[in-house]
Design a protein around this ligand. Sequence first.
Ligand SMILES: [Cu+2]
Length: 149
Amino acid sequence: MASGKNRLALVIALLALLAGALAASACGGGSKEKATPAATSPAGTPKATQAATTPEAEGASVEIKNFAFEPKTVTIKVGQTVTWTNQDSTTHTVTGDGGIDSDGLSKGKSYSKTFDTEGAFDYHCSPHPQMTGQVIVQKSGVAPASPGN
Ligand SMILES: [Cu+2]
């Protein structure tokens, strides 16, 4: 059976030819294997841990309402600001220690004071001395460097 053997040889030859052609076309494409190692550097860590708290941006608010300061006592840090707002129809003042000294506040008016010294500062309303309050200023842990001091 020489014909069968010949056919087998022909098939093999054809397959070899095909494989050769495929290999040639693949290599001809110039597809070089890129073995460049990816340089993974950990230097790109995001700096999201920076302190976003600025003491100057915070403080306290006090309402003057029904002949009283509400809240009666506020606690802030050095460098922070207290703002009083009069809700009464009667004119009140904010007068006291530590430079607390407002003009007469008619309804809706407000007075702000920034405290740069730690301590407890009592205040009252001039026309109504029974109205009292207190601002407690605590030392700030991260006081910004002020060359003036
Ligand atoms: Cu008053």
